[in-house]
Design a protein around this ligand. Structure first.
Ligand code: SF4
Ligand code: SF4
Length: 593
């Protein structure tokens, strides 16, 4: 029987079938659903870790103890986890360890589009790349076997299209019996292998090089690398989603489909190249495979035909191939191009009723320099709020704000960070501010959930991934416990209080923390009656529109509120200088907040 599954669902299924016992991840689009789905299988342990480095350490520990383990993250998460990747490459493991890494060409939800195939080469670990959901399921098993055979972590790289597209997957009767090591975990005390002091690390490096040579030999005959001969005029080397696009555009060409993108099978490539007249590599982002082939002295086309930036599509591959004279667009009837209607531009904005809106509105009014961070609150940078002035990577805000402070900038400034991002990498810079006698005010937007990636629980929510009640980490309490003297908690919907608390903090020379606490209205499905605009009172000043809330729309001579979209949060009621926005009578006379 077959079932439609996304790549992420298929990876989770493959991990379950392969006897993975321990899973750890930090949510990040496009990888989030891997651990979400894995956590629902019986007999497995799955968790959200505070960040990717912690997740990988957890996976390494489980694998040291003989269990099969899976760790999942988006591409930039591997930057956070890179230290752990490199040491685990040296130590090797005991049980199998697979690292799911989801790249995001086109930056659908990321700050960059780095190509993490480079990490495989850098850390000297094998990398597999599925081209559809069936591959995704199967490659998990192959990766775990490789991990145990060659004593190495194995990276399984997907991209957004593979992670989120659905294709059919063969269902299997039941999970494979867990390996003996998995059922009776035991830590094998072997300091020479697992304690990476320089003397041991020096002994391990040649082991890593030897392993790489053996993996390269394995790649030559691995079933997941295969030649599919077509016409000899054109030979294409591709893996992952690029293979699917190329198959569509060049139906008659010969293919070397690479399931293992590192190390590359040199002899297989050489023999394939000898069989075809023109050799072409189709790959998104970096010329990773192309450069390797060039170093082998084989003439090859690649980035001269296709761009180095952005996400590919069959349409883009076809256009580039036509420009390079590889196909004739007029004669090409391999597929029909579906014309897409022009859609109206819909700029991203905070949801109606979102608590973050009140904070950014207040910061904008106070003209504060805002050093920002990664989360749905990054939308505070968008007009009309325009109240975030930097945003680099997870957890950067507090360190950047401290740097701005130490540089002697006279502007009043704050660091702004969400609850999940605070737990991810915000705690150490918070300590740094205190330790190094900074004056930074940190505002934590605590909406009680990891909202941006789909409402995952985090250490502040009191629940685990597998829905067990657990200790809730209180952010204000944490700040006080490490020595912060000025700590306040405030609702994002009380604008006067919010403004006075922020004023107090930014005018103080003490390092401080404000926890702005209210659950994400989408997560708790909170909604109140919409207020109404009295058209006779409204002077059409536009002040309420500065909130950037989509239910508020400009009519000819007044503003109106779309009650279907409105959440009834009451912020517009508070900002209207003419008091033209009235709390709806349906509210039983009770004003929101
Ligand atoms: S009450 Fe006003 S600010 Fe709040 S959701 Fe409705 S329109 Fe937006
Ligand atoms: S702030 Fe008040 S007076 Fe000004 S446009 Fe909005 S509803 Fe009208």
């Amino acid at each position: 029987m077959r079932k439609l599954m996304s790549g992420n669902e298929a990876i989770a299924y493959g991990a379950y079938l392969s006897g993975v016992k321990v899973g750890s991840a930090y949510p990040g689009t496009p990888s989030t659903e891997v651990m979400d789905n894995f956590s629902r299988y019986p007999g497995v342990y799955a968790e959200w870790a505070p960040n990717e480095k912690v997740a990988l350490d957890v996976g390494i520990g489980a694998a040291y103890a003989g269990s099969r383990a899976m760790v999942a993250m988006k591409h930039v998460g591997l930057n956070v986890a890179a230290d752990a990747l490199f040491y685990s490459s040296y130590t090797g493991l005991n049980g199998g360890l697979i690292i799911i890494n989801a790249d995001d060409p086109g930056m659908h939800s990321s700050q960059n589009e780095q190509d993490n195939r480079v990490y495989a080469k850098f850390a000297k670990v094998p990398m597999l790349e599925p081209a559809d959901s069936e591959d995704a399921k199967t490659f998990v098993k192959v990766a775990l076997e490789l991990s145990e055979t060659f004593d190495t972590p194995v990276i399984l790289r997907t991209t957004t299209r593979i992670s989120h597209s659905k294709s059919s997957v063969e269902l299997e009767d039941s999970a494979a019996p867990a390996s003996e090591k998995s059922t009776s975990p035991a830590y094998n005390r072997d300091p020479g292998k697992f304690v990476m002091v320089p003397a041991n690390a020096r002994r391990r490096h040649p082991v890593v090089e030897d392993r790489l040579a053996k993996l390269a030999a394995y790649a030559e005959t691995a079933e997941i690398n295969r030649i599919e001969m077509g016409k000899e005029q054109l030979g294409i080397i591709a893996g992952g989603i690029a293979y699917q696009y190329a198959r569509e555009v060049f139906p008659d060409a010969s293919f070397l489909k690479l399931g293992m993108v590192y190390p590359l099978p040199q002899e297989l490539i050489r023999s394939f190249a000898a069989k075809v007249k023109v050799l072409l590599v189709v790959e998104e982002l970096e010329p990773f495979i192309e450069e390797h082939i060039r170093l082998m002295g084989i003439p090859v086309k690649g980035k001269g035909v296709f761009p180095i930036t952005g996400e590919f599509s069959p349409h883009l591959v076809r256009e580039c191939a036509a420009k390079a004279g590889l196909i004739n667009m007029e004669q090409d009837n391999s597929s029909t191009t579906v014309s897409q209607p022009e859609l109206p531009v819909r700029p991203p904005m905070l949801c109606p009723g979102c608590g973050h809106r009140g904070v950014f509105h207040t910061l904008s009014k106070l003209d504060v320099l805002v050093l920002g961070d990664i989360g749905c609150y990054t939308l505070g940078a968008a007009p009309p709020l325009s109240a975030m002035h930097t945003c680099g990577c997870m957890g950067a805000s507090i360190g950047v704000a401290h740097g701005v402070d130490k540089a002697g900038v006279s502007d009043r400034s704050v660091a702004i960070i969400g609850d999940s991002t605070f737990f991810h990498t915000g705690i150490t810079p918070l300590i740094n501010v205190l330790y190094n006698q900074g004056t930074t005010t940190t505002i934590v937007l605590d909406n009680r959930v990891t909202a941006m990636t789909g409402h995952q629980v985090n250490p502040g929510t009191g629940l685990t991934l597998q829905n067990k009640e657990t200790r809730e980490i209180n952010i204000s309490g944490l700040a006080k416990s490490i020595g912060y003297e000025m700590v306040d908690e405030v609702s994002p919907y009380d604008l006067d209080k919010l403004s006075s608390v922020i004023e107090k903090h930014i005018n103080s020379s003490l390092p401080s923390l404000i926890s702005v606490k209210h659950p994400c209205v989408l997560n708790v499905k909170e909604k109140h009656p919409a207020p109404v605009v009295d058209q006779d009172i409204c002077v059409n000043c536009g002040t309420c529109l500065e909130l950037g809330c989509s239910p508020l729309t400009q009519e000819e001579d007044h503003v109106s509120i779309n009650p279907l979209l409105c959440n009834g949060c009451g912020l517009c009621v508070q900002v209207c200088p003419a008091e033209a926005i009235l709390v709806n009578d349906d509210n039983n006379g009770k004003e929101r907040r």
